[in-house]
Design a protein around this ligand. Structure first.
Ligand SMILES: Nc1ncnc2c1ncn2[C@@H]1O[C@H](COP(=O)(O)OP(=O)(O)OP(=O)(O)O)[C@@H](O)[C@H]1O
Ligand SMILES: [Mg+2]
Length: 630
């Protein structure tokens, strides 16, 4: 007895994606074939690996290949592989849902993008795999049988919200995807995909390097005879060919195949290591950060091959976390085909390769800085925040990372600066690199801490990435110059200030002692400042205190951090501060004077973007004073 046809609904994300595909105005519809051939090739890789690992697997691995067939009368195109295939549950799980990380983010962006063309660009960034079929077909049928099992499955859908599943008795091993093509419409970039010539051209262009034969019927068959099959692609691994032979366009297509990105890479580079331990690497830096760059379930992008045989995707042993956006292939000659992730983590040779790859990536970016500053700026904008994680994780390469890093700075609001350029601009006598961390550029630029630095023309780095809060504490310096937060410790920007301060210190001594006691719940010290020119007060930390942002970050991660008390600094030339001193001298016991001190603290907190512990009290006190002034 066979189960009848069952109808299922697509998961809602999948449904939304399909709608995008069906109504797609994406101009390069040809790529649907690249996606299907890429899936077929993956399926063949998987079968080879599995049969290698499981000697008892009852599968046919003699003539693994992809075959494309067209039927002009029926208007169908089918892509068939005799690879791993899928079970019924796999079909439902893999084809009916979208498991890709970043999907939700992607769909949100599509919704936000107002025009249709904008959402089509996003498709290019995200890549939609199998669903790309619905750009060119109004019905898709997939018949598959998992290698080693006996019953096949037919999946069919018009893309509209549901699909059907039914068992198939005599399905061959592997998967056949048949597209029922939409009518040809060249204006809409829908070409005649039943034309053998067109299909061959697409395969040559997008899938030439696929390591399995992609076969098609020979164009000229003898009258009445079955046409013979011909292999259409050259199957040559790009990394095994000499650089001078390979065109950038071929690299680009290969990049798209392995990265699932629909755009060209920003940078392509290779390593040919010879000698006792031989390997080749072909690596890419994408032009755009993936949507999941900072998500937990994201993947790393380097594949491992051993002697041309695909071993694994996402080989974390080959690339550190902070360079997770680098895509590519490493083909090692001397590893066992049986190698596992666990073994790789321990393998000395793999560690050597990794070290070399990291150096090569950093070197490539350094060269890009000099030779193609525009690309470098793009690179840093997309991946800088990830690369900076390396300042914490990869101590050996810290200096190289600092060399290729750039930072927003007060020197030029529009162009980030390198540390080298910052150091070159340092004022005479300046010994440290000044920075301020914070949540946004405007918050930092308008912070009271900035005043004296701006007035005296000292450049300050504006650090707004969450990771900045962490590395600045870990990294000792650049080119012998330490990093110094302008919101921490004492500053003396010139010696004249110092003399004036010594003078002021005496005059304000009583006020400082009294305020330190009055505000002791919130601050550990009140002192005079040489940071301020126009604001009455600001709050600073001791050199080794953690910043309020970092405190907040730790709490958000669920870590217990004791409440940090910081230091209140007052501007001795500000009328509010001198007025407070006079008032305190005259009426030391007056409650209103203590309240003014409290307000001064609250204002300093607000000025740096902090949050008041008791906003309603602050507003009440403020309102009273405003009332008096009327
Ligand atoms: N010919 C096939 N043989 C076996 N499994 C397949 C085949 N085609 C698709 N699949 C399965 O369906 C899944 C979804 O395919 P799809 O092309 O949408 O995504 P993907 O290949 O994982 O990533 P990408 O979006 O980059 O293509 C695949 O991961 C694979 O497990
Ligand atoms: Mg795919």
């Amino acid at each position: 007895m066979t189960t009848p046809t069952q109808t299922f609904e697509f998961q809602s994300e999948a449904r939304q994606l399909l709608q995008l595909m069906i109504h797609s105005i994406y101009s390069n519809k040809d790529v649907f074939l690249r996606e299907l051939v890429s899936n077929a090739s993956d399926a063949l890789d998987k079968l080879r690996l599995e049969s290698f690992r499981d000697k008892d697997l009852d599968a046919d691995t003699d003539d693994l290949h992809v075959e494309i067939a067209v039927d002009a009368e029926q208007r169908t195109l089918s892509v068939r592989d005799n690879g791993i295939g899928m079970t019924r549950d796999e079909v439902i799980g893999l084809i009916g849902t979208i498991a890709k990380s970043g999907t939700a983010e992607f769909l949100k962006k599509v919704k936000e993008s107002k025009d249709a063309a904008g959402s089509q660009d996003l498709i290019g960034q995200f890549g939609v795999g199998f669903y790309a079929s619905f750009m060119v077909a109004d019905k898709v049928t997939l018949v598959t049988r998992r290698a080693g099992t006996s019953e096949g499955v037919r999946w069919e859908s018009e893309g509209e919200g549901t699909y059907t599943i039914e068992p198939v008795e005599d399905a061959p091993q592997g998967t056949t995807v048949t597209l029922h093509l939409k009518p040809e419409d060249t204006e809409d970039h829908l070409f005649d995909y039943t034309s053998t010539r067109k299909v061959r051209e697409i395969v040559k262009r997008y899938s030439d390097f696929i390591t399995w034969p992609v076969k098609m019927a020979a164009e000229k068959a003898e009258e009445g005879a079955e046409p013979a099959l011909e292999t259409v692609n050259s199957m040559k691994a790009l990394w095994a060919r000499s650089s001078s032979e390979v065109e950038q366009s071929e690299y680009n297509e290969f990049y798209k195949h392995i990265s699932h990105d629909w755009n060209d890479p920003l940078e392509t580079f290779r390593i040919q290591a010879e000698g006792t331990f031989e390997y080749q690497a072909l690596l890419f830096i994408p032009a755009q950060a993936p949507l999941d760059l900072f998500m937990r379930e994201r993947k790393r992008g380097v594949q491992l091959y051993v002697k041309r045989v695909f071993i694994m995707d996402d080989c974390e042993a080959l690339m550190p976390e902070y360079l997770r956006f680098v895509k590519g292939v490493v083909d090692a000659q001397d590893l066992s085909l049986n190698v596992s992730r666990e073994i790789l983590q321990q393998d000395r040779q793999i560690r050597m390769i990794r070290r070399r790859l990291v150096k090569k990536v950093l070197q490539t970016v350094k060269t890009m800085m000099v030779e193609n500053p525009e690309n470098y700026a793009k690179f840093w904008g997309e991946f800088g925040a990830a690369v900076k994680e390396g300042l914490l994780d990869d101590v050996d390469n810290r200096d190289s990372i600092l060399e290729i890093a750039s930072f927003a700075s007060t020197h030029d609001a529009d162009a980030p600066t390198t540390l080298k350029d910052y150091v070159a601009r340092m004022k005479e006598g300046q010994e440290v690199v000044y920075y301020l961390t914070g949540e946004s550029r405007s918050l930092i630029e308008n912070s009271p801490h900035m005043e004296a630095f701006q007035a005296k023309g000292f450049e300050v780095l504006v650090l707004t990435d969450p990771i900045d809060e962490m590395w600045v504490d870990a990294v000792s310096g650049f080119d012998g110059k330490q990093f110094q937060s302008i919101a921490k410790g004492e500053v003396d920007l010139d010696s004249e200030d110092e003399d004036r301060n010594a003078e002021a210190k005496k005059d304000f001594a009583d006020l400082m002692t009294w305020m330190t006691t009055t505000l002791s719940e919130n601050v550990k010290e009140v002192r005079l400042s040489s940071r301020l020119t126009t604001s009455p007060a600001c709050i600073v930390g001791d050199s080794y205190d953690i910043t309020p942002t970092l405190e907040k970050m730790y709490r958000a991660m669920g870590q217990e951090v004791p409440k940090q008390k910081r230091i209140l600094e007052l501007n001795p030339t500000h009328p509010l501060v001198t007025g407070l001193r006079t008032a305190h001298e005259a009426r030391p016991e007056d409650e209103a004077v203590a309240e003014t001190a409290e307000l001064l603290y609250g204002m300093a907190l607000l000025a740096e973007g902090g949050e008041l512990a008791d906003p309603s009290r602050f507003i009440k006190l403020m309102a009273q004073r405003l009332q008096h002034s009327l």
